[in-house]
Design a protein around this ligand. Structure first.
Ligand code: ARG
Length: 476
């Protein structure tokens, strides 16, 4: 391999002491993670600053040394924050890059920072810190999408539309009720992320490579300082082997992302269908659509198609992490380095998909007249059965009789509402003149007034619940 001649000797790497032979150039590319873990810089440096303090408190380094390390780490932090940090060819990953630069700034004392620490407990700590930030950002994006849905609901409490099962017209509902049917899945996603954060906020640092630190590090104090706590109580891992090999928190977060993707894909699919010329219920704002390079008339719902399509990679990333974790021997194995790219990809995907979906929903033009025109009197067949139930007919029999009315109207080629009184009477003497009153879509929707039902009054209450939920979240 000619490339190998250019490869620096491993002695220049952190772990190079025991090595005599060179690392194969392709092996270095295969092994290095700096290309994707650079973004852990903030978490890595925060963790190291806290760790320097812990080493000093344990009497492993002096207060002056800790101060020098902290000063140096802050300088490295500033370089990253200002985009001035330069990655060098020997920087294998974010941890070695920060330590290399720290040494250039503060000198030999930098070599004391890693005392009792391994990159194994370090990367687990960094990743948890990173995930906690990402969870909060994803929750904020979800809340914004929810408030867009809520705003559309508030504007369309009375907008009647067909509700579908099996994508067949089923019963009349309102557009507000449809909007809110996606508010609650996102609410569950936000709460699921809270739950995920609880298990993420546990400190692995102090676990060393696998067996724990030989120095008396106050792990609880470290945990508190880094924000690893639940209801004010600091939380630390209880087994050093598990601490360095556990990536359940990544798998959980990827599951949360995948399910958000599934929710987004369903919302997107509904809106894509509703935006077709055949439905014409909604029109996307130009800001969230694109044209065709060939067909001048086309306006395509790309924002929603991508929101639907992204579910594929979100589910794929979850599958990737679970497959990587399956069958791994205890404790750290380099396979675990494969945790990052799927994680970053899912978070980045949602960081775009959620705000785009929120914008598309917020700017959606709703065509209430088209929705209303799509209602068909046959959608009131259930109401016909309920009319009979109110007259003492058992529901099963009422269902059957209403079905016969539907069949009769169909055979005559007329709408269910156009059956003559004699037709009704022929089916059942319990049908009376007031059957005509059943054929009123607004009345049908208003009758579904149970909590959580489609009635405008129940929807007002649902909106109140949604507002309360959002307010409570925003106060957190
Ligand atoms: N880049 C590594 C990772 O992401 C850091 C841990 C390396 N540990 C090791 N024993 N080589 O997993």
């Amino acid at each position: 391999m000619t490339e190998q001649h250019n490869a620096p000797h491993p002695a220049s790497r952190l772990w190079g002491g025991r090595f005599i032979g060179q690392t194969d150039a392709l092996m270095r590319r295969f092994n290095d993670s700096i290309g994707f873990d650079l973004r852990l810089w903030d978490a890595d440096i925060r963790g190291s600053i806290a760790y320097a303090g812990a080493l000093a408190r344990a009497g492993v380094i002096t207060a002056d040394e800790a101060a020098a390390l902290t000063r140096g780490l802050r300088a490295v932090h500033a370089e990253f924050a200002e985009g001035r940090f330069e990655v060098k060819p020997d920087d294998e990953d974010i941890h070695t890059a920060v330590e290399r630069r720290l040494k250039e700034i503060v000198g030999e004392v930098a070599g004391k920072l890693h005392t009792g620490r391994s990159r194994n407990d370090q990367v687990a700590t960094d990743l948890r810190l990173f995930c906690l930030d990402a969870i909060r950002a994803t929750q904020r994006a979800l809340l914004d999408a929810q408030s867009a849905l809520l705003a559309q609901a508030q504007s369309h409490i009375g907008a009647l539309m067909p509700g579908y099962t099996h994508l067949q017209r089923a019963q009349p509902i309102t557009f507000a009720h449809w909007c809110l049917s996606y508010f609650w899945p996102f609410a569950r996603d936000v709460e699921r992320l809270d739950d995920c954060a609880q298990r993420t906020a546990v400190l692995p640092l102090g676990s060393g490579a696998l067996a724990g630190s030989p120095f008396p590090i106050d792990r609880a104090a470290l945990a508190a300082e880094l924000g690893f706590s639940l209801r004010g109580v600091a939380r630390i891992t209880q087994n050093s082997l598990d601490a360095v090999s556990d990536r359940d928190f990544v798998a959980e977060l990827l599951f949360c992302c995948a399910l958000i993707g599934v929710h987004l894909s369903r919302l997107a699919e509904d809106l894509i269908v509703y935006s077709t010329a055949e439905f014409g219920f909604v029109t996307f704002d130009d800001a969230y659509a694109t044209g065709s390079s060939l067909m001048p008339q086309k306006k395509n719902p790309d924002a929603m198609e991508l929101a639907r399509g992204k579910a594929g990679r979100l589910i794929g990333n979850l599958t990737a992490i679970l497959t990587m974790l399956k069958g791994l021997p205890m404790s750290y194995n380099k396979d675990l380095q494969e945790d990052k790219e799927p994680l970053f990809d899912s978070l980045d995907t949602l960081a775009l998909a959620l705000p785009v979906a929120a914008g598309a929903i917020r700017s959606l033009k709703v065509n209430a007249a088209r929705m209303r025109a799509a209602l068909d009197p046959a959608m009131l067949a259930t109401d016909v059965a309920e009319y009979l139930v109110r007259r003492g007919v058992p529901f099963r029999e009422a269902h059957h009789l209403a079905g016969r009315a539907v069949a009769l109207a169909e055979s005559k080629g007329i709408a269910l509402s156009q059956l003559a009184m004699s037709d009704w009477q022929a089916i059942s003497p319990r049908f009376d003149d007031d059957i005509a009153q059943v054929f009123n879509f607004a009345r049908s929707v208003a009758s579904r007034d149970v909590a959580g039902g489609a009635a405008p009054r129940a929807t007002q209450e649902q909106i109140r619940q949604a507002e309360e939920w959002l307010d409570a979240r925003r106060k957190l």
